[in-house]
Design a protein around this ligand. Structure first.
Ligand code: FE
Length: 338
């Protein structure tokens, strides 16, 4: 009798434990894939006992997948890059509101929406060929559209989120008419039709195919830290300007996350986002992609970023920028910036 009840008790405990274990999961869709992220996730699992099940994919593919999965989706959290993509996920209704005192306390107001939050920042810098261009002539985004740079500008596609967000930020500061005139001037200055990614533009500038381009800071930092002689040769040829230091500051963008509308493990999702705002996670998250932490008090020691130096960043509310993304797309289309 005694033995029988003991067995029962053990069985009951075991089934409760497995039920609890089933709850201790976080299903994460992420566009990030950096070595340091292993440590980022392992620390969370160790601290909380919540297992992270990851599905990695490209940014736009993950958003499309979530859209198609709808209420059937297993995903709890989406990590993606660029405000244009976070805004798109938000507009598609993929996210739910994030309610967390901790995140409100840790992440600055201009880096949060109602249903997304930024965890690292990157800046859109101007990169120029040191032999061909006087940096004083390319000190602003506006200067890239001036007649002095005819045939000297390289760019990736205008429809890429990085450029759409820059366009949206310019609309926020300068208005639509001036931004459209800017886009037309930029297109008139192209050395070649838009092609490739940011790193390809930097290489084209180094090779002298063009004189100037814009690039996200982490690509520049990555090349600066590279031990490959060919990368070092590229970086010896180019200089970097932080644009618009005398006006609104250099365009800042983000990597961020949102909790999905149909999340089955919502409490775990909130806990994960709060964890991402912790000092140690902020360092892994930012440093893994040569970015800056979103939490102002957290500093990274990254030789590439140190070399790039301090600058005045645009502190415009990214929710305002996000609202102008669709306008930026239409205006770029009209200007032939594709
Ligand atoms: Fe990128």
């Amino acid at each position: 009798m005694r033995l029988a009840s003991l067995v029962l008790a053990v069985t009951a405990t075991l089934s409760m434990a497995s039920a609890a274990a089933a709850d201790k999961v976080l299903n994460l869709y992420t566009a990030r894939h950096y070595q340091t992220d292993e440590r980022l996730y392992a620390d969370f699992e160790k601290q909380t006992g919540i297992r992270i099940v990851r599905l990695e994919g490209k940014d736009d593919e993950l958003v499309e997948r979530l859209r198609q999965e709808g209420p059937r989706s297993q995903a709890d959290v989406l990590i993606t890059v660029d405000i244009a993509r976070l805004a798109r996920a938000s507009e598609l209704g993929l996210f739910q509101p994030i309610l967390s005192r901790e995140l409100e306390k840790r992440i600055p107001r201009h880096l949060r929406g109602s249903d997304w939050v930024a965890f690292s920042t990157r800046a859109r810098a101007i990169v120029y060929n040191k032999e061909k261009i006087d940096p004083a002539t390319v000190s602003t985004y506006e200067s890239l559209a001036g007649p002095a740079l005819r045939g000297k500008v390289c760019s990736r596609a205008g429809s890429h989120p990085y450029n759409l967000s820059l366009g949206a930020a310019l609309i926020t500061h300068l208005g639509e008419a001036k931004t459209e005139a800017w886009a037309r001037g930029l297109v008139a200055n192209f050395a070649r039709p838009p092609q490739g990614g940011d790193t390809d533009q930097i290489k084209a500038v180094a090779a002298g195919e063009c004189g100037v381009t814009v690039s996200n800071s982490y690509y520049i930092a990555r090349l600066l830290r590279s031990e490959k002689p060919e990368d070092q040769a590229v970086m010896a040829k180019v200089g970097v300007v932080w644009p618009n230091q005398a006006t609104f500051g250099t365009h800042l963008n983000v990597s961020g996350a949102g909790i999905l509308k149909h999340a089955r493990n919502k409490a775990n999702a909130v806990r994960f986002l709060e964890y991402l705002s912790s000092d140690s996670a902020q360092r892994y998250f930012a440093d893994g992609n040569n970015e800056w932490p979103a939490v102002p008090a957290v500093k990274v020691s990254n030789p590439g970023l140190t070399q790039l130096g301090d600058f005045k960043a645009d502190t415009v509310d990214l929710r305002k920028v996000a609202k102008n993304t669709a306008k930026a797309q239409m205006l770029f289309d009209r200007a032939g910036y594709r």
